[in-house]
Write a protein that binds this ligand. Sequence first.
Ligand SMILES: [Zn+2]
Length: 334
Amino acid sequence: MPQPLPATMQAVSVREIGSFQFEQRPVPQPGPGEVLLRVTVTGLCRTDLKIIQVGHRDLVLPCIPGEEVVGEVVALGAGCDTTLLHQRCYVYPGEWCGSCPACKAGAENLCRFMRIMGFHRDGGFAGYVVAPLKSLIPLPEGLSDEQAVFAEPLSCCLNALELARLAPFETIAIWGGGPAGQLLARAATAYDALPTVIEPDPQRRKLAKGVAEPPEQLFDVCVVAVGNNDAYQQALTRLAPRGRLVVFSGLSKETPAITTDFNQLHYLEQTVVGAYGCCYRHGRQAIALLQSGRLEVGDLISHRMPLSKLAEALELVASRQCMKIHLYPEACTP
Ligand SMILES: [Zn+2]
């Protein structure tokens, strides 16, 4: 017999930039075309740290953060197929309009009316979360919740590689061996490309089988997965003719400008392309890739913590003393 839903849940609440608190909240009700999920695991990422400490362009307060969510459907709003009940799902964090120019072009991550879970609407740092039906990606048998929650960061990497037009046997240099850098490298390998991760930290470098300094060679694709101006400057010097530089990581609001020799871009026919977030199809591709076994993620989980230890987890992210941290709301004690 399924357990009846509790009336309240513990949730992480950001009411003002710079702090968060745990709150006892009513379990939300799904509206028409929405479902309620019991959150089984959420991934913590640098963006969550940013949201809480300094805010984010897309953040609307008050908000429950958490945009990397896997859960079990436990209640349905009007118009939802009852076969979804008890289905394990990965939640694509975006809710898009479907009719603006960006949506029509297949770039719903740039939708004019985009509402992102954990930014514009409540996310998964809670016992339960409401999600639109069209954002759900049911999990195949054999893919664990822990593996599936990597679909979110992996989707962003797949979007970046798509925009880079990465082809098999091409070389790709990735600046930064954090979780995103590691996933970019593994996705590139799964696509039969040849990645090199540039990472000064010995532990992260070892995990990525990377190098401390960029080699002298030129690369077909350069991706900067670290918010560092010098990395961008370096990447521009390693770009092959017809090379593509992907602006994957944002820079500090105070110093977002990079000096670029446009004659280099002109004579060598190079491209600079931005990548931000992911589309629904990247979620599908990510789940398929994880399911295929061609992209392992288990060894990227450095910590498994109850959601109640969020402060500690954020410190680990801030000091880079972790790889991927998974948070478990179930283990939270009210
Ligand atoms: Zn749209």
